[in-house]
Write a protein that binds this ligand. Structure first.
Ligand SMILES: Cc1ncc(COP(=O)(O)O)c(C=O)c1O
Length: 380
């Protein structure tokens, strides 16, 4: 069964609704919205596939199989303020993040996942029809949120090796008078990094450049966050979802010019990061050594997974600096492979869009997950 079928969406009332034309009252551009296809929760996958949720090997969401830090779990158990609204100014988390990232607190704002910061940044800059530049294949929330904010998307597709076509990006940015460009580094789903000279070329045009570093802790390369003190048009996004194992609690953050932080603070929902997320994120930063130990295990496993996938005759894996490996599939149908793996309780992401056909994106799991995946792939 495909993801859309497992994630049913509420239907808008049809135009034939009796008393008034509710659908006609909905903002016009929402009637044609192409929805983002999110992941399906394990209990739903398990029910659909007849596998117990606990037996599922979930390699489709780039989550952290080691889970949160034990100190974060301890802090959540002992938190005594769940009945009080969270600090709208996120003071303690921002102070801890300033130390972690190496910039002042005035450069930081936290969100309900970095997804919320993507949305807030677009809401801040886009008038209806304003242009956003995307460099596909990349993260699906950029086109999705552009639609939600009534923006217009233009694309500068990546080269065949998925490196950025920076000349094309510069040309498109200029021709379309784009306001914002999104660049993920490492990029999802391709796993490669943005080069500093590419970033600087785009920054010097004055465009708002959003560098999404959701997978930075796995990259073994410097972050671009410190550049926010030199470029006020740079926005760097980070998250606790991947390295800190907190995807379910939804906490991410933006690093950007203080003037923009103040504006985002004014337009965000006041209590956007909940008490549990704040408590867990702060405890994670205090326990970063433990968590970075797990990141080290995942990096080592990524390299082992990549090596093993190279031995599978019908797969062409790409080197990755994130916690997943993208594989082009040769001579087989990637969708059927995904389905055959799902029948064995192993879930990977099928990637098949205009910019990348017939591929699988496989999240890095624990060694036993790699072993089970390889055993299954070698039978196909
Ligand atoms: C490139 C990229 N950015 C942002 C996110 C979203 O992260 P968060 O969980 O913080 O909303 C993801 C999640 O998969 C991602 O791949």
């Amino acid at each position: 069964m495909d993801e859309a079928a497992l994630n049913p969406r509420p239907q808008l009332p049809t135009a034939s609704a009796p008393a008034r034309d509710l659908l006609g009252m909905v903002r016009a551009h929402y009637r044609e919205l192409v929805p983002y296809v999110p992941i399906v929760p394990p209990e739903v996958l398990g029910k659909a596939g007849g596998v117990a949720a606990s037996q599922i090997i979930k390699l489709d969401g780039n989550e952290n199989p080691y889970g949160p830090s034990p100190k974060a779990l301890e802090a959540l158990r002992h938190c005594a303020t769940y009945h009080i609204y969270p600090d709208p100014a996120q003071r303690e988390l921002r102070a801890a993040l300033a130390d972690y990232v190496g910039v002042g607190t005035e450069h930081i704002i936290a969100g309900n996942g970095s997804d919320e910061i993507i949305d807030l940044v677009l809401r801040l800059f886009l008038e209806p029809g304003d242009v956003v530049l995307d460099c596909p294949p990349s993260f699906g929330m950029y086109p999705f949120n552009t639609q939600v904010c009534a923006g217009t998307l233009v694309t500068a597709p990546r080269r065949t090796d998925f490196s950025l076509d920076v000349e094309e990006a510069l040309r498109q940015a200029q021709d379309s008078r784009a306001k914002v460009v999104f660049l993920a580094s490492p990029n999802n789903p391709t796993g490669n990094l943005l080069r500093r000279e590419e970033l600087e070329a785009l920054l010097t045009t004055g465009l708002v450049v959003v560098v999404d570093e959701a997978y930075q802790e796995f990259a073994e390369a410097p972050s671009y966050a410190a550049l926010v003190s030199s470029f006020d048009n740079l926005v760097v996004l980070r998250t606790f979802s991947k390295w800190a194992g907190l995807a379910g609690l939804r906490v991410g953050y933006g690093v950007l010019a203080p003037a923009l932080v103040r504006l985002l603070d004014q337009i965000k929902p006041p209590y956007n990061v909940n008490v549990a997320a704040l408590v867990a994120a702060e405890a994670s930063l205090a326990d970063r050594e433990h968590l970075m130990g797990k990141v080290g295990l995942l990096i080592a496993e990524r390299e082992r997974l990549y090596g093993k996938l190279r031995e599978v005759p019908y797969l062409e894996p790409l080197p990755s600096r994130a916690n997943f490996v993208l594989c082009r599939v040769q001579g087989q149908d990637a969708g059927q492979l995904k389905a055959a793996l799902a029948e064995r309780g192993i879930y990977v992401k099928h990637v098949d869009g205009p910019w990348l056909r017939n591929a699988l994106r496989i999240s890095v799991g624990k060694p036993e997950h790699t072993d089970a995946l390889l055993a299954a792939l070698n039978k196909m």
